[in-house]
Write a protein that binds this ligand. Structure first.
Ligand SMILES: [Zn+2]
Length: 301
């Protein structure tokens, strides 16, 4: 749960005190919640410490949108006013010291297309949804000064930095994207396009819905991905009771990064569950679809 400004691990009842403390300490060490006036946003410290990138995951706080998008909704693709979304994007990019007109974002469709962002894409989707990069759920680039922006409300935000070739990847991976292994594919594509060696990469996984709240009642809706031993099913799939299965999206995407060759010590996971934190985060599941979106923003300096 989140209480006030303090970030405490969600769904603590599942963990022992010792485990809770370990996880909380890990959070404090690898993620920080920054504040500027009413605006609050997260950063991954190890990514920040490279001084190569700007990395941020926004919360819902500090924007101008009204219910049910209150208040820092960053997506043009919900029924919020376009002017409010632009203002919200200005608010956060001003704080980060980047130009909101340079943002590149995508029309996300829960599939596995990965787009290589080029210089001429600068500004695609910055001011309106219609010119965002089409049908894309991952953006990769080696061009400095282009802020990649993807929108989330429960799906998993994954950041990959190759500090050697100076390339980045930003992934939107929900249930469907995870099953299509978009995270594995984005890492593969970075290898092909930029010559990335996964062993030198850093990766961050920001808040998403946790296994505590991502439960599936209809067993027919469970893709084979989750029960396949090759995908470490025992770590990502659990039977809650006769009628309920629980899926761990974060862990599944983490395991795709590991399988792709990124070292454990170089992957930083924020364990907060978006559905458990109405004070800080929009949640598609919790809010039954009527809600705003947080933004992941990732830019090479
Ligand atoms: Zn939860």
């Amino acid at each position: 749960m989140c209480r006030g400004n303090k970030i405490i691990i969600a769904c603590g009842s599942k963990f022992s005190n010792c485990e809770k403390k370990k996880r909380r300490d890990n959070l404090n060490q690898n993620f920080k919640l920054e504040e500027f006036g009413q605006v609050k946003y997260l950063k991954c410290r190890p990514l920040d410490n490279t001084n190569l990138v700007i990395n941020t995951f926004t919360t819902r706080l500090g924007g101008v949108s009204k219910y049910p998008f209150h208040s820092l909704n960053t997506s043009y693709n919900v029924d919020d006013k376009e002017s409010c979304v632009t203002e919200n994007r200005k608010i956060i990019t001003n704080i980060l010291g980047i130009n909101y007109r340079y943002i590149v974002s995508a029309r996300q469709i829960h599939k596995d297309k990965i787009t290589v962002v080029k210089k001429e894409d600068k500004g695609r989707g910055a001011l309106k949804y219609s010119d965002a990069l089409a049908e894309t759920d991952a953006l990769i680039t080696n061009i400095p000064g282009i802020p990649l922006l993807m929108c989330y409300a429960d799906c998993v935000p994954i950041f990959i930095l190759d500090p050697v070739k100076k390339a980045i990847g930003l992934i939107h991976s929900g249930g469907r994207g995870t099953e299509l292994q978009i995270t594995s594919k984005a890492l593969d594509k970075m290898q092909k396009i930029f010559g990335t060696n996964p062993q030198s990469c850093l990766a961050a996984i920001f808040p998403s819905i946790g296994p505590c709240c991502y439960k599936i009642k209809n067993q027919n809706q469970i893709n084979d991905y989750w029960t396949n031993k090759n995908n470490f099913s025992h770590k990502i799939f659990s039977i809650q009771n006769e009628n309920e299965r629980s899926l761990d999206l974060k862990k599944a995407n983490y395991l795709q990064l590991i399988k792709g060759g990124i070292e454990k010590k170089n992957i930083f996971i924020n364990e907060i569950c978006t559905a458990d934190c109405p004070e800080l985060f929009f949640s598609y599941r919790r809010d039954k679809g009527k809600t705003g979106r947080m933004a992941a923003i990732f830019m090479l300096k």
